[in-house]
Design a protein. Sequence first.
Length: 293
Amino acid sequence: MQDQLALQIASASLPWSQAVLELTRIAHAPGRSHVAATGEKMSAADAAFVNATYGHGFEYDDAHRASSSHPGSTVVSAALAVGEELGATMAEVITGIVAGYEVYTRIGNLAAPELLERGFHPHGLLSNFGAAAVAAKMRGFDTETTVHALAIALSHASGTTEYTSSGGSIKRVHSGIGTRNGIRAADMAAAGITGPTTFLTGAKGFYRTYVGRPVADDAAATFGPDKTFEITRIWIKPYCCCGINHAYIDGARHLTTRAADIDSVLLGIQTGGDVVIGNKNANAYAPTIIEHL
């Protein structure tokens, strides 16, 4: 939470952050939830939209290796915004954060590495589920209503990584879009709208459609209550860049004093990483705008 709040404040002045803030100011719903840095009050969905965009604004938010994703900007933003809306205790906010991290990452674990390999932005998709889980937990939904909230969240899940090739600041907003849509999915479920109960494992569900394979045999084990909490596997970035680059930076720093002894360097990269920062990025070797990096 501390890391995410610091990132929101630090990224609030970036151009895409300011554009999202101005857009939201024009048509926001009133509420009790605060926007980071300015302190403005809006509805939980609107405040979380802005704050999550801030938190994912410059490649510094926390990461979850197994799901190739960045849960914190969504989950923390949603929990704090919904918490202010409800007048929740800090214990209730933290419980919401844990619920959001677990649902987000466990769904993502079964979708990696295919989501990245197929060109999807995992965070753009998974953020919808994470925010819906936060809202459902903190608002006290029963099991049936929670399932519908998550199922409806699937209908919002979208976003590809084409921005790494042809640019576009929309990547920074994927977090905000998914967070607001996840909260809205919970609103819909509370209003009585229903979703497909096999939204993950059905013949036309999330995994077969987005990932391209069934995962029914693995789902029970992944979602088992006896499993280690995925939130304990979150790592905080030491460098302001895609996490796939960090090992290369560490290696370069380690070899800085031995540059004269090196004739060549052979680098390997995982298949999903190759899509976003490697050879399948059309501008990998000659970026012209910041979105290419």
